[in-house]
Design a protein. Structure first.
Length: 119
């Protein structure tokens, strides 16, 4: 199983980006999915999560600006980021809980995609 993240880049303050993360490989189903970010330093911050039923949660710092969504048919989670600020600059990682054929859930991370907000 692999998670492939894409969509990062350089954007000016106030701009928008849309991140995508697609799961591939052999698995039964996907449980919760989410996005995390890591600015320079050891701490990885939770940005947003979405359950298999569509319930979402957000970090206070991104509420009202970011929207997480998923397309279960495409095994893909998205993060629409609007009104971006320089402090949103970070490497963004997707994470998913994926059920294998035996019914056990495993946690997988994507490879990270860099978002830089700068003028």
């Amino acid at each position: 199983v692999q998670l492939q993240a894409s969509g990062g880049g350089l954007v000016q303050p106030g701009g928008s980006l849309r991140l995508s993360c697609a799961a591939s490989g052999s698995f039964f189903s996907i449980n919760a999915m989410g996005w995390y970010r890591q600015a320079p330093g050891p701490q990885r911050e939770l940005v947003a999560t979405i359950t298999s039923g569509g319930t979402t949660t957000y970090a206070d710092s991104v509420k009202g600006r970011f929207t997480i969504s998923r397309d279960n048919a495409k095994n893909t989670v998205y993060l629409q980021m609007n009104s971006l600020k320089p402090e949103d600059t970070a490497v963004y990682y997707c994470k998913a809980g994926i059920y294998g054929p035996g019914g056990n859930e495993y946690r997988y991370w994507g490879q990270g995609t860099l978002v830089t907000v700068s003028s």
